[in-house]
Design a protein around this ligand. Structure first.
Ligand SMILES: [Zn+2]
Length: 166
């Protein structure tokens, strides 16, 4: 009776104390997974060594599988600043804000002096170089078009001239 309702949930590894007889099937859970732990703490709680609850504010943005993301963001911004920044935003924009913070933190670690500004100025320089190259290429194209037009005109004039010469 109890087993029927609990069986589909067991596949999701939702905690169920083994109070009932488990003679019909052996527990497939690993010995380390305690009944109170469902999925393990989110990356933030794991790093900060605090208890992760169902209502954990950071859990949706830092799943257990992406611990490095939180480590990097925490190192640069600090967990409390991350939480503060996210609280000021509507929920729909928080995921984007998190990926932005993780990106910024990552760049800051690689370039402690300029951070994202360094990356932006590098890209800006690349853009300027490419625009200059494009301008040169467009000028060359224009010259070639003019030359071709001249050649065509000469050909037309030449074909006009041939009957007169013959
Ligand atoms: Zn958590």
């Amino acid at each position: 009776m109890m087993e029927d309702t609990k069986k589909p949930r067991r596949s999701l590894r939702v905690s169920t104390p083994f109070s009932f007889s488990s003679s019909s099937y052996s527990p497939s859970l690993t010995p380390s997974s305690l009944p109170t732990v469902v999925q393990g703490p989110c990356a933030a709680c794991k790093v900060l060594r605090r208890r992760c609850t169902d209502t954990c504010f950071l859990a949706p943005y830092f799943p257990p599988s992406e611990q490095l993301k939180f480590v990097i963001a925490h190192k640069v911004f600090g967990a409390s600043n991350i939480v503060k920044a996210l609280q000021e935003l509507p929920e729909s924009k928080r995921a984007d804000a998190v990926s932005s913070m993780v990106y910024e933190a990552n760049v800051r670690i690689h370039d402690p002096v300029y951070g994202c500004a360094g990356a932006i100025s590098k890209l800006q320089k690349q853009l300027n170089d490419l625009q200059a190259e494009l301008a040169v290429t467009q000028a060359e194209l224009l010259i070639m078009q003019c030359q071709q037009q001249q050649q065509n005109e000469e050909l037309i004039l030449g074909s006009d001239w041939q009957p007169h010469c013959a």
